[in-house]
Write a protein that binds this ligand. Structure first.
Ligand code: NAD
Length: 511
């Protein structure tokens, strides 16, 4: 019998208080992999209580001991690498190699968490006034939570959890109900670590569980990754409830190609960017801006390569592009292609109505190229989140920058060129948080913050990198002056002796 997933709260697997469930469907085969409960406010509250109860002891656990759990987690992950990748393929529909890349990136985030002992430092200055020293210490804050999307079901939660717990906080993940099984496996693995009960918790569910996370007074901060409308909502609701929040939203990423670019290498990169994960990456290149004479050869080569992509079940090692996440995603993508065509775009490669032999029920969309796109068309302005590339032809570099900067999104933008000057101008002028130069997927590694501007990010501190140390800690300021107590002078030879009478005269700071 197909199982119903459980929550993981206080070190135990517990059934949701709701008996409503939705099926988790393999989008290639339509097999029901599991049922996911529609988690409730009570479920979230139990997780917050467990995480709050665990916090004082976890916070006092020596930093190096906290990091040691992550060393063990990395070892367990490496040992189950292929199993983790397989689950990601089955519930998400991407290819095995893409899933392996996802697991590897997840491990990188665990490794970054291991470096917290070297990063969670405060700073100190002696003699801010005579005989007075000042220190900023970093302290964990309490219970943090993540609300995460379907497209990287394993990697995205790991952007946050390792650093959050290594810095001494306790944690709750609310994964996407479309792809919850990767987290089920992560928690099964974490269960082997014998972490103190309540340090890590998992609550399944959709809107109700998300709202409960955003509104619960016991949660200090929320990391969100998902679409722009929900990112905005999360930012507003969390702010209203006095929480720290970082909300990474949707995207529309432009790739400009100059005539001086190495065309073969550029096309290989652009193919990976636009059709990797069937276009369901927040860093996917969605609009190709061909500059001047780059247009004809670029279009011809992209068409040739995209037409030859092998679409199929991700579990088949020869598959080059998998499915989109669901039937409703397929319908949305096809209707967005139709809207683009109605607005005047020419479908020189049309992935609508795609089927795969033996898997006719799967959620397939074939690689699509829309030519003759203009910046105002909906296919150039709105996130499609599918394997659809729009080509815009512009006369020069400045026009390319103008087109890109008109976008309301600012997640990523790339330039392909052999000119250092063009590269520098692009990086300087383009309003996007992740810039690729001759790189199609400008994905920040774990030790750098994941950029994002405009409608692609709401907050100030980004996920990953040093920003995450800031996000998961608060700075407490200690100002101290030690003066003689009764009898102290008799027993201590003070280093500062002789300076005691100058405690105040040379300063205007009034402590
Ligand atoms: P989504 O916004 O539909 O869902 C994300 C999370 O929010 C899920 O856990 C979901 O259960 C929850 N949610 C959905 N609707 C809600 C509501 N009305 N109220 C409260 N919670 C709600 O996103 P998705 O479809 O799972 O993921 C795809 C989107 O994520 C794309 O827009 C993509 O660009 C974006 N994304 C962004 C980044 C980034 O780093 N900027 C990374 C990955 C994905």
């Amino acid at each position: 019998m197909t199982r119903t997933l459980k929550n993981y709260i206080g070190g135990e697997w517990v059934a949701s208080t709701s008996d409503k469930t939705t099926p988790v469907i393999n989008p290639a085969t339509c097999e029901v992999l599991a049922y996911v409960p529609e988690g409730t406010r009570e479920d979230v509250d139990s997780a917050v209580q467990a995480a709050s109860a665990a916090f004082p002891e976890w916070r006092a656990t020596p930093m190096l001991s906290r990091a040691q759990y992550l060393y063990r987690l990395k070892g367990l992950f490496e040992g189950r690498f292929e199993e983790l990748a397989r689950i990601v393929v089955e519930e998400n529909g991407k290819t095995r190699d893409e899933a392996r890349g996802e697991v590897r990136r997840g491990i990188e985030s665990i490794e970054y968490g291991m470096s917290v002992p070297a990063l969670m430092r405060g700073y100190k200055m002696e003699d801010v006034s005579s005989g007075i020293d000042e220190t900023a210490e970093r302290q964990p804050i309490g219970v943090f939570a993540a609300i995460t999307p379907f497209n990287f079901p394993l990697m995205v939660p790991l952007w946050f959890l390792p650093t959050a717990i290594a810095t001494g906080n306790t944690y709750i993940i609310k994964p996407s109900p479309q792809t919850p099984i990767s987290m089920d496996l992560l928690y099964e693995i974490m269960d082997e670590l014998d972490l103190p009960e309540g340090v890590v918790n998992l609550v399944h569910g959709g809107k109700e569980a998300s709202m409960a996370v955003m509104e619960h007074p016991g949660i200090a901060g929320v990391s969100f990754v998902g679409s722009t409308p929900i990112a905005k909502l999360v930012y507003e609701v969390c702010a209203k409830h006095g929480k720290r929040v970082q909300a990474q939203g949707g995207a529309k990423n432009y790739i400009a190609v100059m005539p001086d670019a190495n065309m073969a290498a550029s096309v290989t990169n652009i193919m990976g960017s636009s059709y990797g994960c069937a276009g369901q990456r927040c860093l996917a290149g969605s609009v190709v801006v061909a500059v001047g004479d780059a247009y004809e050869p670029l279009k011809a080569e992209l068409l040739k390569r995209a037409s030859a992509l092998r679409v199929g079940n991700g579990l088949d090692e020869s598959t080059q592009m998998g499915t989109v996440i669901s039937e409703s995603a397929r319908e949305r993508i096809e209707s967005m292609i139709a809207a683009g065509v109605a607005e005047g775009a020419q479908p020189i490669l049309d992935g609508r109505g795609k089927t795969v032999a033996g898997l006719e029920q799967g959620s397939w969309v074939g690689p699509t190229i829309l030519d003759g796109v203009t910046p105002e068309m909906s296919v150039a302005t709105d996130e499609i989140f599918g394997p659809v590339m729009s080509i815009i032809h512009v006369p020069d570099f400045d026009s390319a920058v103008d087109v890109i900067n008109k976008s309301r999104f600012g997640n990523a933008a790339s330039l392909f060129t052999s000119s250092g000057l063009a590269a520098r101008e692009f990086k300087y002028r383009v309003n996007a948080g992740n810039i690729g130069i001759n790189i199609g997927v400008a994905a920040a590694t774990a030790s750098f913050p994941f950029g994002g501007q405009k409608d692609s990010f709401f907050g100030d501190l980004h996920g990953q990198g040093l920003d995450s140390i800031e996000f998961f800690t608060d700075k407490k300021i200690l100002i101290e002056r030690w003066i003689e107590g009764r009898g102290e002078r008799a027993t201590l030879k003070l280093e500062s002796e002789g300076r005691q009478e100058h405690v105040f005269p040379h300063t205007t700071i009034n402590f």
